[in-house]
Design a protein around this ligand. Sequence first.
Ligand SMILES: [Zn+2]
Length: 200
Amino acid sequence: MNCQEARELMESVWDLPDEDPRRQRLNAHVNTCSACAAEYELWLQSLNMVHVLEEEDIPGIDSERINRNVMDRIYRDFPWLVEETSKSRAVSRVFRKRLTLWIAGFLALFVCSFIYFAVIESPAKPAPEAVATGIIPTGIADTGQSLTGKDYNIPKTNSGIIDPFVVGMSPTEPQYWMLLSLLSVGLAMYFLMRLNRVRR
Ligand SMILES: [Zn+2]
């Protein structure tokens, strides 16, 4: 065995049993070579040091108990930390309650406006307009009524100009309330989800 082999063996020999032939060959080389003997001595010393450190590791003290003691100490010495935590929890609980109320209220609004839209609005279809003949009834001469105050139902003549497409969006329309309640419910759900994510 040469010195190179001996040094490589020194790194792995500690895992081998005492009667292993490689270990015995290493011992034989160390006894004859002073350079390898010095290195082997270093290895032995560092190994002993590791063993000593392992034995000095105090047994029986679990880190869980130490952690709990530290946390108890923190909560005793800095009580405002605990108050802050419970206060923010209470705030988020109140906020969550309000959001739930908000969702329930606007869902009810949506249902109401939908029912109104489906039941009341639909049958009230506009009566078909009179055929545009262009003939306007004349005044009645023998009744003594003047033309002023008598209103004519002038039918719309087809001039080729149509009204621009306007969606009926005013607070008097049930669609307005349906859309508003849907938007509000969506917003509230978004906030509720964000609140849940923050608390986790
Ligand atoms: Zn050697």
